[in-house]
Design a protein around this ligand. Structure first.
Ligand code: NA7
Length: 548
């Protein structure tokens, strides 16, 4: 778009409600939105992407806190659609850091000339279905508006940062930050007294680095989580060469796998082997690092006994690492099943608590009462700090979509439809919202998988459907309420076979967001199974959808 066009659209959108006509609007320019743009353009569509952030990258643009890193290997956590790209791109580490991932996505956008259709600093505020025109009218907070045949929500699953409501934050005289909304210019904590609230993935990655720089670090922990050593290292040339030679097979394996990547899963059940073998397997997984422990046995998330044995193995590692037995016990997760809160993958996390300048405060027994002008007060003590870091997570999976006024056929808003939890067919298409699609949202493997793999699968599946609608000269495609209901039942049924419903205190259930309905959101039936089901729907001429 030229500047002139931009101004014109701006005025039209704001003043008389007119909007330029395009084929598809994509909301969000992270890994999902960027690929959706690429794919929809291939159909010959005119596409507009709106991105609220000041640049592309989504998660990897906003989560630039020190230590931010992916917990899936880079060779897996990358696009597969462009073979030249995957052959040419060199990942410098086993697990890519946030800056490297951001460089990567920028490279992809440049390589495929995608930027010209991405408007940054432009937050979509509303999307309204016009039944007569069979189009979505989409408006943004900077006055733009488009009328599109199709609307693709690529708004991300962990993108609405949550700062807890604690009295007194406005009186705090120091600086405070949320990990998911980290300033572009970085934060200098050297020589400062720092508080970190939260010990999930973000907290456990950030804490060791802040500890090295700060004068003193106080960690406010409500629930200790299981933190695996990432075992990150520089990329090994031989590994990279091998992967690149085998990429077609590697990608195919990932697509058919349970979680969308090449991490080794042990097909055995824990009870099929001796206690000694189980211990050896746990040790191997600890050495492999990161999320490998999740796949130590096929029943680790199903069998409570196997799960507890694994949990106790990790607690043993914590006791071996942390010198002060009381601190080790405070860091030891109890009361929920291993892996039912998203596993953390960090470097030097438990070791950090051996440092003299690090204090661990248990805010489960003594909750944070308020923030004072000089720091934090729990029910037991006051802590003076210069900087507070909220590593307190996100309004996960639905938050980014529900912030938008999305109004479907018959005038129902998505937030009304989802008042008791997210509902959609295949996790892709909410009934009552024609021509609207969600990438990697609730009801699909999403956060339970290698996100890039699941994003590619969804985008390709949606693009194939839109191609059909267009080729057949149709206007409207919508999931039926019956198909949606059956899918929800299936999602719940699959979850019921696991230990997840027995530990519902996680963001998978929305439990971290006050007032949010407690519903298990991801599909845990496996990436390969999900792909097959979605392909079957397509092969049966989009069974469960009405095309007209
Ligand atoms: P998470 O995993 O939601 O972790 C948030 C952490 O913040 C967690 O330890 C919470 O404790 C804690 N928290 C939240 N609110 C409070 C208050 N009010 N007081 C004390 N502690 C609090 O977010 P992350 O950013 O670490 O990770 C999100 C995902 O990104 C991650 O799972 C990966 O998939 C990538 P709680 O457990 O709720 O007691």
């Amino acid at each position: 778009m030229t500047d002139g066009q931009h101004v014109q659209t701006h005025l039209l959108g704001r003043e008389d409600g007119d909007a330029r006509s395009i084929d598809a609007v994509v909301v969000g320019a992270g890994f999902a939105g960027v690929y959706a743009l690429y794919r929809l353009r291939k159909l010959g569509f005119t596409v507009q992407v709106f991105e609220a952030g000041s640049d592309i990258g989504g998660t990897w643009f906003h989560n630039r806190y020190p230590g931010a890193r992916c917990d899936i290997e880079s060779l897996d956590y990358s696009y597969s659609f462009d073979d030249d790209l995957q052959q040419e791109w060199h990942w410098t580490e086993r697990y890519a850091s946030q800056p490297e991932l951001l460089r990567y996505i920028n490279h992809v956008a440049e390589r495929h000339d995608l930027r010209r259709d991405i408007r940054t600093d432009s937050r979509v505020t509303s999307a309204t279905w016009d039944e007569d025109a069979a189009r979505w009218l989409v408006r943004t907070d900077d006055g733009d508006a488009v009328s599109a045949r199709f609307c693709v929500l690529a708004t991300g699953v962990l993108s609405v940062a949550q700062v807890p409501q604690i009295d007194g934050l406005d009186t705090f005289q120091g600086e405070w930050f949320h990990t998911g909304d980290w300033p572009n210019e970085g934060v200098d904590v050297s020589g400062k007294r720092v508080a970190v609230i939260g010990t999930g993935s973000s907290g456990t990655q950030l804490i060791p680095i802040v500890a090295e720089q700060a004068a003193h670090l106080t960690v406010f922990q409500r629930t200790p989580n299981f933190c695996m050593p990432a075992q990150n290292h520089d990329m090994i040339d031989e590994v990279e060469r091998e992967w690149k030679a085998e990429y077609p097979q590697r990608r195919a394996f990932a697509r058919e796998s349970g979680f969308g990547h090449n991490q080794l899963s042990n097909p055995k059940k824990a009870k099929e082997v001796s206690a000694e073998e189980r211990r050896a397997e746990f040790e191997l997984r600890w050495q492999l690092g990161g999320l490998y422990m999740m796949r130590a046995f096929s029943d680790i998330l199903v069998d409570p006994v196997a799960n507890e044995e694994c949990a106790e193995f990790v607690r043993g590692k914590i006791r071996e690492t942390v010198q002060d037995p009381e601190v080790a016990e405070k860091l030891s997760p109890r009361g929920f099943y291993f892996g039912t809160k998203r596993l953390c993958s960090g470097t030097g996390y438990y070791e950090t608590f051996n440092r003299e300048n690090v204090t661990l405060v248990d805010v489960r027994t003594a909750p944070i009462e308020r923030i004072t002008p000089t720091g934090l007060a729990t029910t037991e003590a006051e802590y003076d700090v210069d900087v507070i870091v909220f590593a307190t997570g996100f309004d996960a999976m639905t938050g980014s979509m529900l912030k938008i006024d999305i109004q479907g056929a018959g005038g129902e808003f998505l937030r009304e439809k989802w008042a008791h939890g997210p509902r959609s067919y295949l996790g892709v298409a909410p009934a009552g919202f024609p021509n609207l699609f969600i990438v990697a949202g609730p009801g699909s493997p999403s956060v339970f998988s290698n996100m890039v793999n699941s994003i590619e699968q969804h985008v390709e599946w949606i693009a194939a459907l839109l191609e059909q609608v267009t080729l057949r000269g149709l206007q409207r495609v919508e999931a039926t309420p019956e198909a949606e209901q059956q899918w929800i039942e299936h999602v719940n049924e699959v979850a019921e076979r696991t230990l997840y419903p027995r530990s519902p205190n996680s963001w998978f259930f929305g439990a971290n967001t006050p007032g949010k309905p407690r519903v298990f959101m991801p599909y845990v039936g496996g990436v390969g199974t999900y792909r097959q089901k979605a392909d079957d729907v397509a092969a049966k001429d989009y069974e469960g959808f009405v095309l007209r």
